[in-house]
Design a protein around this ligand. Structure first.
Ligand code: ZN
Length: 391
């Protein structure tokens, strides 16, 4: 009898290795959320934590928005525009956003701080001064930040509205940012449209910006990168080569992950059964390389509840273990490792600063620390011979 029970338990463990997970109260980690909007207002982190709890979200990578929308009264009158599509006014980089995020985080009790991974975003990626800004913010708020982003290089409807020089993928300033992120251990969340906008749904060619992006990602193999939305956007549609491009990166750039986020992109990914199945197959083939995020901006109660479920049609056709990796586990692997590396860098370089650094801020457990340091992250499939894209 005992043996039968043991066999049954073994069978259960074999076929339902994630059974214990379903008993957990958290289903998601959110790899992409903007606490502030384009006029730098939004909910408090305390309020947002409440939303996370209501929606089964354990941890969030918390960004502000790097850009502020100009309020030109001559043009827009007394009604302050708050979204870039609602006005012809310019956008400009707003560095104070990093202090807003840091102060929100530091105002939380320590147990709640562990639920967040704050990101530095208030810099111009076309400006070589950005590396100094990042170091300055880290020295002002040691023990707080885990990454940089989301910042944009090419973004439909936004790039052209930014005052000053446009960012480009070949800019030396961007290279310096990637290099610094590798040195400190910061995760980089980058938005870069993979193709020019408004090309329609059926472009039969390589996406225009893919080659430049691929070269950048290859050039900095020690930088952990999350390419937001796989390069898609509101009016940036996947070309016939989209999956081929993603696979080329997945196979050749083990440092790169993608996020599945933004309601505008969710519509494209889940638009019909055939498309859903194609994306599901990609996630099944590379389950450790995608992270789920909402890309919610200044999340309100109803909006966030909606956004957290915008990929349900995709989850519905994925096996449970792939869902758990994409919705939850990949986040913990990437951000736990980043936190350990960034805290270690701070200890080494900012040791004499006050206040003293809490090290590490996410995990006090030294056994976990060892585990993360020793973890061999299984990323790429090394054989690139099947790639058909030539650069
Ligand atoms: Zn975003």
């Amino acid at each position: 009898m005992k043996k039968n029970l043991l066999n049954a338990a073994l069978l259960l463990a074999l076929f339902f290795p994630l059974a214990s997970f379903s008993a957990e109260k958290y289903e998601f980690n959110d790899s992409h959320i903007h606490l502030t909007n384009y006029i730098q207002t939004g909910p408090s982190l305390k309020y947002f934590l409440n939303r996370m709890n209501k929606n089964g979200v354990k941890r969030s990578a918390i960004c502000g928005l790097p850009l502020q929308l100009e309020w030109n009264v001559d043009m827009d009158g007394d009604k302050q525009p708050s979204y870039y599509l609602d006005t012809n006014a310019k956008l400009y980089y707003y560095s104070a956003v990093d202090s807003i995020i840091a102060r929100e985080y530091l105002a939380l009790p320590r147990k709640d701080q562990k639920r967040f991974d704050p990101m530095i975003c208030g810099f111009n990626p076309a400006d070589a001064n950005s590396v100094n800004h990042i170091k300055q913010i880290i020295s002002m708020y040691p023990g707080v930040f885990s990454g940089i982003g989301e910042f944009s290089i090419y973004k439909e409807n936004v790039s052209g509205k930014i005052a000053g020089n446009s960012a480009t993928l070949s800019s030396p300033a961007l290279g310096r940012l990637f290099k610094l992120a590798a040195e400190i251990g910061l995760v980089v969340t980058i938005h870069c449209d993979i193709d020019s906008p408004n090309e329609g749904k059926t472009a039969q060619r390589m996406p225009r910006y893919f080659t430049a992006m691929y070269k950048l990602l290859k050039k900095y193999p020690d930088t952990t990168v999350i390419w937001a939305h796989t390069g898609l956007g509101r009016n940036v549609y996947p070309t016939s080569h989209h999956f081929e491009c993603l696979k080329m990166i997945l196979d050749n750039c083990p440092n790169v992950m993608f996020d599945i986020s933004w309601d505008e992109v969710a519509e494209k990914v889940t638009r019909d059964e055939q498309t859903i199945n194609k994306w599901a197959q990609l996630l099944k083939d590379y389950p450790d390389r995608f992270l789920f995020g909402t890309d919610s901006v200044a999340p309100s109660s109803n909006k966030y509840s909606r956004e957290i479920h915008m990929y349900d049609k995709l989850w519905n056709v994925l096996p449970k273990n792939v869902q758990v990796q994409v919705k939850f586990q990949n986040y913990e692997r990437v951000f736990n490792q980043a936190n350990l590396r960034v805290r270690a860098w701070e200890q080494k370089h900012l040791a004499n600063l006050s206040p003293k650094i809490n090290w590490p801020h996410q995990n006090d457990d030294s056994s976990l620390k060892k585990q993360v340091y020793s973890e061999k992250i299984k990323f790429a499939k090394p054989d690139s011979s099947e790639n058909k894209v030539s650069l």
